[in-house]
Design a protein around this ligand. Structure first.
Ligand SMILES: Cc1ncc(COP(=O)(O)O)c(C=O)c1O
Length: 431
């Protein structure tokens, strides 16, 4: 079954629920019904889609990898529903809006390819990661394997647990982007020992945008070591790359909903396979901490429930637009961006092969401090870029978004070219 077939009944149920609870958004158009396939370079259609997103005043954003802008329905859900809550807070939070949570959970579960009994909402991916890092039961003799190139807060979290409880933590180092996919897989497989209980895998390395061979890697680990629990960090994969968890046998999956789903800032999710839920400790105390109900992970007292409903609107728009269209557009813009920078002496830290990257690129420059470039771009050109400094990576990270205009890429490239025209000693060392 395609996502379109799955999505339609959910979208109908969602629209009906919103209408029944008098939560129809005011002064915004209805979410368009299903777009067909849109080519990455179909500028007319993408211009139309750009109108659904806010127009940044005074800044051009090339750091969408950190957090994405949301479309108007999501923004307006946060604004309008907050306003409604503010009229009679506990009534609107608990008696009205809270009732939508299970429907939104169902939609996210369908998008991920799992049961709604396996999805918990979190404030962000870091919270989901920490829930697992500190909630997975581990004996001192048991080992956890992570990569130094995983997300910083995940690495730091595991180090803290090792320091506090004396569990064994093995940190492998991936040679990125040089290592082939097969070499990456072998690096993980060779590290696993009979003591290994958990292996953490990152779907897309956030530092340089490299897509790891996540499907094959997780399948190989589970086929060779079924007793090992695999935690897949899907921060840059969910709602962008093909991520059907019915085909990827990870035990745990974490993802933000504020990145490529374009959900409210901030929001996240955690997937735990049903058979494991009772074994994992919740982050905040629960009356039944060893229950197998996924809701035990959401017992964090008062939450701003409009954000759950805003996730529902993000999901409805995501399904209307289509994941493949998002991926195509992002790939096209990233290709345009790379092409516009070829005359600049940059050291690329992102793989060359199209299959191993999507929307993020990272480059380094000999003879120029990354903070100086970042500050120049911001203060001279009002262009916001990302900077990276972690383990084997450092450099400028650029991430367009589906609503980035081609003119913005031209502006960015002219600004960078102007900057590098004045840098002495820069060396070209493309990968
Ligand atoms: C790979 C990876 N994991 C986790 C996170 C944390 O995401 P969040 O901002 O949702 O906490 C990020 C953030 O960029 C990331 O790139």
């Amino acid at each position: 079954m395609t996502h379109a077939h799955i999505a339609q009944p959910w979208v109908q149920a969602w629209n009906q629920w919103i209408a029944e609870h008098l939560l129809t958004l005011q002064n915004v158009p209805a979410i368009p019904s299903q777009f067909g396939p849109i080519a990455g370079n179909d500028e007319n259609t993408w211009k139309e889609i750009r109108n659904y997103y806010p127009k940044p005043i005074g800044i051009t954003n090339f750091n969408s990898g950190a957090v994405s802008s949301s479309p108007i329905w999501v923004e307006q859900a946060m604004v309008q529903y907050y306003s409604r809550v503010n009229q009679a807070p506990s009534y609107f939070l608990w008696k009205v809006m809270e009732q939508g949570r299970e429907l939104v959970r169902k939609g996210i579960a369908q998008l991920a390819g799992v049961s709604e009994e396996e999805i918990a909402f979190t404030r962000n991916t870091t919270e989901a990661l920490n829930t697992l890092i500190f909630g997975i039961p581990l004996q001192k003799s048991e080992e956890v394997i992570i990569a130094k190139q995983d997300y910083s807060k995940a690495v730091i979290g595991w180090r803290q647990r090792a320091l506090r409880e004396g569990i064994s933590l093995k940190e492998i180092s991936l040679d990125l982007p040089q290592q082939t996919d097969e070499e990456i897989i072998q690096t993980y497989l060779k590290a696993i020992t009979p003591q290994t209980k958990v292996v953490q895998v990152t779907q897309v390395i956030n530092w340089n945008g490299q897509i790891l061979p996540y499907k094959k890697l997780v399948n190989e680990i589970k086929a060779q070591h079924p007793q090992v629990w695999v935690l897949l960090d899907g921060a840059h994969g969910f709602a962008l790359l093909d991520t059907d968890l019915s085909e990827i046998p990870c035990d745990f999956y974490v993802a933000p909903l504020h990145k490529w789903l374009h959900g409210p800032i901030t929001s996240g999710m955690m997937m735990i396979r049903k058979s494991l839920i009772s074994k994992i400790w919740p982050y905040a105390s629960s009356a039944q901490p060893m229950s197998d109900a996924i809701q035990k992970f959401e017992e964090v007292s008062l939450v701003l429930t409009p954000y759950i409903l805003a996730i529902g609107h993000a999901l409805a728009f995501h399904w209307s637009l289509g994941r493949e269209n998002k991926e195509n557009r992002l790939r096209h813009l990233r290709q345009q961006l790379e092409a516009s920078l070829t005359s600049i002496p940059l050291i690329w830290r992102t793989p060359q092969e199209e299959a191993r990257k999507c929307g993020i690129i990272l480059f380094e420059v000999h003879g120029a401090a990354i903070d100086t470039i970042e500050s120049h771009m911001l203060h001279q050109h009002q262009i916001h870029v990302g900077t990276v400094r972690w383990e084997t990576f450092q450099g400028i990270r650029l991430t367009p978004n589906i609503y980035t205009a081609p003119e913005d890429i031209t502006r960015l490239s002219l600004a960078l070219r102007g900057y590098f025209a004045n840098v002495k000693g820069a060396v070209v060392a493309g990968v």
